[in-house]
Design a protein around this ligand. Structure first.
Ligand code: ADP
Length: 396
């Protein structure tokens, strides 16, 4: 079956068509600047990447343009939409309602809408994508795959904040966690690579991209993760602060004459390694600046690494041990220097890195030495494939 995987944001939309039998990508790309002017990126497997300007005032028009590209006589990868067996939609926040992916129904959409105040930037945009696809493909089954679902196995002691319990009861204020599709996929692949039963491993997954989070996976279940009610908690990220003392919010607001949402905007968009370095949110730029002698860039990198090291230590403690640590996402997969620096601080766990293995890129690799007590792996994440698998499992 061919599955169309959709990740819809407010002004952009990423898509992939994956054949579930071969798990190969038939085509991928994105629509950018939806509602502004519109740009389509389309890349068929084995073909040339095309970038075209195309007016797309609405998401429905954007998806129609994607469908036109997929079914184009010359460069398309299918003859008609009948060759798409199902659509898998990434949905950011499933609240406590969704502990697993689910077939999209009217009732399901209502429930996602009810979670929207927990993810006001993401869920409404995700649902716009769902509705647009439903209008254009009314007979194709659709599945929602939630970033939060994998973490619904966290125990109370991990997900409750130390605030009045009634806030949890009345408003569902708690830790939810994100990147769940990636943490689930990567931890499963690690077990397969190590040839160990998934249900018997203690794994820490470090998803280090522009957004970054760490997850403790014990016996195949997420038991803790660093992002919280929103993706702002936890690690220092590209532009997000991660953990800070809530009192700093009021303090900064007063000093900078900002209101609450003004400070939160700073913490989400102008902080992290961007804010610390003053250089960039992109870790390649940070690395380059550091090499050119920029001290603030070096400090930003140290602060980032230190927070990852602390979370790994915390999760080894939370699970009463750790069997393997995985690095994934843009930075985790590509930056061997950073992996080495982090692991040097984990020598107390009996971790030793094999420098040659650590220099490889783009493939699943065990980067620890054979006698390292804890195995360390690089596992390239593949959220689209994970969404396609979930989708097929539900529609079959
Ligand atoms: P997101 O999905 O959260 O936008 P990604 O997982 O794509 O983020 O990661 C983006 C980050 O990965 C950027 O900061 C970038 O610098 C880093 N990155 C990507 N490729 C490389 C590379 N070859 N070497 C070092 N860092 C890289």
């Amino acid at each position: 079956m061919n599955v169309l995987v959709i990740n819809c944001g407010s002004s952009s939309l990423k898509y992939q068509v994956i054949n579930s039998e071969t798990e190969g990508v038939l085509a991928k790309g994105q629509c950018e600047r939806i509602g502004i002017d519109g740009r389509l990126v389309y890349e068929p497997a084995g073909g040339e990447k095309e970038i075209t300007q195309a007016a797309m005032p609405t998401h429905k028009q954007a998806i129609q343009i994607v469908i036109d590209a997929l079914t184009n006589e010359k460069t398309g990868i299918i003859k008609s939409l009948d060759e798409i067996g199902a659509v898998g939609h990434r949905i950011v926040h499933g609240g406590e309602k969704f502990a697993a992916s689910a077939i999209i129904t009217d009732e399901m959409i209502e429930t996602v809408e009810a979670c929207s105040d927990l993810a006001p930037l993401h869920n409404p945009a995700n649902l716009i994508g769902v509705r647009a696809c439903q209008e254009l493909m009314p007979h194709t089954p659709m599945v929602g795959v939630f970033d939060t679902a994998f973490h619904q196995t966290m125990p109370k002691e991990a997900y409750l904040y130390g605030v009045p319990y009634e806030y949890y009861e009345k408003y569902a204020v708690r830790k939810y966690g994100f990147h769940g599709t990636s943490h689930s996929y990567v931890s499963k692949r690690a077990a397969a690579v190590l040839d160990k039963p998934y249900e018997s491993l203690k794994t820490i997954v470090c998803h280090l991209g522009n957004g970054a989070s760490v997850c403790a996976v014990k016996n195949g279940q997420s038991v803790d993760t660093s992002m919280g009610l929103s993706p702002l908690e936890g690690l220092v990220m590209g532009t997000r602060s991660g953990d800070i003392d809530p009192s700093a919010v009021e303090f900064i607001a007063k000093k900078e004459h900002l209101d609450l949402s003004g400070v939160l905007n700073v913490l989400n968009k102008k902080s992290g390694v961007m804010g610390l370095s003053g250089v960039s949110s992109d870790f390649r730029d940070i690395e380059a600046a550091e090499q050119a002698g920029n001290e603030r860039a070096a400090t930003a990198q140290q602060v980032f690494n230190y927070r990852v090291i602390k979370y790994i230590g915390a999760y080894a403690a939370a699970m009463n041990g750790v069997d393997c640590i995985c690095f994934t996402a843009g930075v985790g997969e590509n930056n061997g220097v950073l992996r080495k620096q982090i692991c040097e601080n984990l020598a107390y766990l009996g971790i030793q890195i094999d420098d040659e293995a650590n220099s490889k890129r783009g493939e699943e690799t065990v980067i620890s030495t054979p006698d390292s007590k804890v195995k360390v792996l690089v596992i390239p994440t593949n959220e689209e494939l994970a969404i396609a698998r979930e989708t097929v499992a539900l529609v079959k």
